[in-house]
Design a protein around this ligand. Sequence first.
Ligand code: UDP
Ligand code: MG
Length: 335
Amino acid sequence: MEPTKKLLPELSVIVPVYNEEPQNLDLVITRLEQVLSPLLVFYEVVFVDDGSQTRSNEKLRELATKFDYVRLVVLSRNFGELAAICAGLDHAQGSATVNMDSDLQDPPEMIPTMLQYWRDGYDVVFTRQATRKESAFRQFLAFVYYRLLGRYSSVKIPVDAGEFRLLSRRAVNAICAAPEKTKFLRGLVPFVGFKQIVIPFDRYGRTVGESSYTVDKLIKLAVEGLVSFNMQPLYFIPILGVILVLSGLAGLIIFSVYPALIFGFQVTLAMFIVLTTGLQISVTGILAVYLVEVLKEVRGRPTYIVAEKIGWHDNIISKPSPDEVRKVVKSSAHL
Ligand code: UDP
Ligand code: MG
């Protein structure tokens, strides 16, 4: 019997989903179809359900059964957006992947331009949020954070570039092969190198539903980002230590030469002790923040755990001819 042919998609669109409004998920499919069908791109949509507790899980199951090219990876609980994207990257089969939000804040209409850059030889196409439609407070936080991150990281992290980006197969393979468990993609993607470009786009506001990023999730992400690609606070600790030792020595010498000063400086001395104790605690705090990240890595717990996979067809094994792509695109458009 002739072996069945596997049709590997050219593009995998990865969409992490956590408690998303079902109508947004329908819209993701419709908008992608509108944009990609005319291009005759053979694509798959990889939804990763990051432990949703709402109707989004039902909706995703429905989409994965209804559309041939929709695949679903269900995680065993909520692991966070980055872990969900990593699950998508690990499972995607395309020669290129594009990651986008499930709420259509990242416009699928940008994908043809991203694909064009990829065809021109770029491995990474970042998108920079030229405008954002969010509250003034979030915009301000994002502005400060991206600049801090860009200024102090050991790799060049593009300013205002979020998770909406295209990666070539070799970039995906390099990222998936990195052994770290907490993959801070905004740093890891520039780290893997290859040919990279940043293109601007206008980020839309959410039409329905709320952002799933609560303040504590945002702080956690910010700290992880600053710690994973920035060792400078650790180098700052010994420098601070040397400065304090030298000032202590200078004080001792001054007081032994002019003992009369000791009395006059008692209050100052007390303040100095308070100051140094505060500094010591802060420094221990910095170490603790790094220690948490080290512990996470040393424990080596999995980044995510898969509970279920739907829509992964094993009977597909090689690249399609243009005619086959046309057929697949056409049949999916009529489903
Ligand atoms: N998301 C996820 N797990 C989470 C939080 C968010 O998979 O724990 C997904 C979410 O469904 C969306 C993307 O990550 O596709 C970005 O989340 P959201 O739109 O809520 O954040 P914002 O765009 O406001 O930063
Ligand atoms: Mg969003």
